[in-house]
Design a protein around this ligand. Structure first.
Ligand code: THU
Length: 136
């Protein structure tokens, strides 16, 4: 697992936290913020955006990734997820699959308001993933 320096991780955490403040989560009251680091060294953020038609909700991680793609970047080095909770939450299954599309070797870091941090490669969260390589 490639190392990401502490300063960069601190910046990703700060931006994920900031993004969670923009979450639109009136139905779950579970705001989430995400920050994606690309190989170019840029950071893209996202928050969850819910909808009265509940299935249309988009998670913070996918919002951040789509933001990244819209800005013409496609290679994810790391994803930081922040929830204002006592324990950290790992990305949902749908987000794991979307992260795999652009960062099969990405590091996933989940932080919260408590001391615990989850930090592992995507390959541990989504082993034997189906991805672009399967369609070659
Ligand atoms: N949510 C995320 O934004 N990311 C995840 O990885 C898990 C769930 C959002 C979706 C919904 O708005 C709320 O959290 C509760 O599921």
């Amino acid at each position: 697992m490639a190392d990401i320096d502490e300063k960069t991780i601190g910046e990703l955490v700060a931006q994920a936290k900031q993004s969670s403040k923009h979450a639109y989560s009136p139905y779950s009251n579970f705001p989430v913020g995400a920050a994606v680091l690309t190989t170019e060294g840029n950071i893209f953020t996202g928050c969850n955006v819910e909808n009265a038609s509940l299935g249309l909700t988009i998670c913070a991680e996918r919002n951040a990734i789509f933001h990244m793609v819209a800005e013409a970047q496609r290679q994810i080095v790391a994803v930081v997820v922040y929830t204002p909770t006592p324990t950290p939450s790992a990305p949902c299954g749908a987000c794991r699959q979307v992260i795999n599309e652009f960062g099969p070797s990405a590091q996933i870091i989940s932080v919260c308001d408590g001391p615990d941090v989850l930090h592992m490669p995507l390959s541990e969260l989504l082993p034997h993933a189906f991805g672009p390589i399967d369609l070659e």
